[in-house]
Ligand binder design. Structure first.
Ligand SMILES: [Zn+2]
Length: 273
């Protein structure tokens, strides 16, 4: 493999019409992938997809904070019944038995879509934190690294992880779709996490932090079908990980080849693939 797209969603409906073609094209170019679940059904789909391929396609399983019942709905291509009342480890354990499952994710906090009253905001945050804590426990019990999602909630994310790691020990993982500055980079690094970079670097100016990420902490990803690099088809796909690699290398002022080699090594080590 040349590179692993460490955060893709070939398990989502956006790829229903041509999923196998997209996966095969990516694999032919040496771009392997981890498809992340966002709830039980999409986690199960990620595992089923991974099982079709001898190598090169893996799965992460987990409940995304916006797929908790009672959260304000988002415009993702997921039906309403994708929501779950909370994270149930019993429900997800059978999925974790597959050797193709290499992480718990994506899990975390998302305060982008805020309800109108303070009470509702607090209820939402409490439910998200509870689901996150349960899934950290699940990651410990299954001995898997975690893929963290965090939007507009860095401070709370860092506090929650600090508390959890102090009480029960660190969990290896990646803060995917990094959107922080130097302070957040330092905090996540102290927590021992890797940093996932994707096409959001074309939309936000993250250069200051991107330059400072230790090379052994960098992971590359697409978050496809979302966050396509500019000038390409709106639907992102794993092979565009190379475009992210070149852009990140340019921001950091190094050769893409050494970044690609390092990111690939980092992914293989973290996810044991
Ligand atoms: Zn994602």
């Amino acid at each position: 493999m040349l590179l692993v797209d460490t955060h893709a969603h070939l398990n989502f409906a956006a790829f229903d019409a041509d999923r196998e073609t997209v996966i095969e094209n990516s694999l032919a170019e040496g771009i392997f992938m981890i498809n992340a679940g966002a709830n039980f059904e999409s986690s199960r789909a990620a595992v089923q997809i991974a099982q079709k391929y001898e190598t090169g396609v893996w799965a992460a399983i987990g409940l995304h904070p916006l797929n908790l019942s009672g959260q304000k709905r988002i415009s993702r291509d997921l039906p309403e019944d994708f929501c779950e009342d909370g994270f149930s480890a019993e429900k997800y354990f059978p999925l974790a038995e597959s050797k193709k499952v290499v992480a718990v994710g994506e899990i975390g906090l998302d305060c982008y879509y805020k309800p109108k009253t303070n009470i509702k905001i607090e209820t939402m945050k409490a439910a998200q934190k509870e689901a996150l804590r349960r899934q950290l426990l699940f990651a410990r019990e299954t001995d898997l690294p975690a893929i963290f999602h965090c939007r507009m909630a860095h401070q709370e994310m860092i506090e929650t992880l600090k508390e959890e790691f102090a009480a029960r020990g660190k969990i290896a993982g990646v803060l995917h779709c990094f959107t922080g500055g130097l302070a957040e980079l330092e905090a996540y690094s102290d927590l021992g996490l890797h940093i996932g970079l994707n096409g959001i670097i074309f939309k936000m100016d993250l250069n200051e932090a991107v330059k400072k990420i230790p090379q052994e902490r960098i992971l590359l990803e697409t978050d496809c079908p979302y966050l396509a690099p500019p000038g390409l088809a709106q639907r992102n796909e794993p092979k565009n990980t190379m475009i992210i690699a070149r852009e990140v290398a340019q921001i950091r002022g190094g050769a893409p080849e050494s970044l690609i080699a390092a990111a690939n090594q980092n992914a293989r080590e973290l996810f044991r693939i």
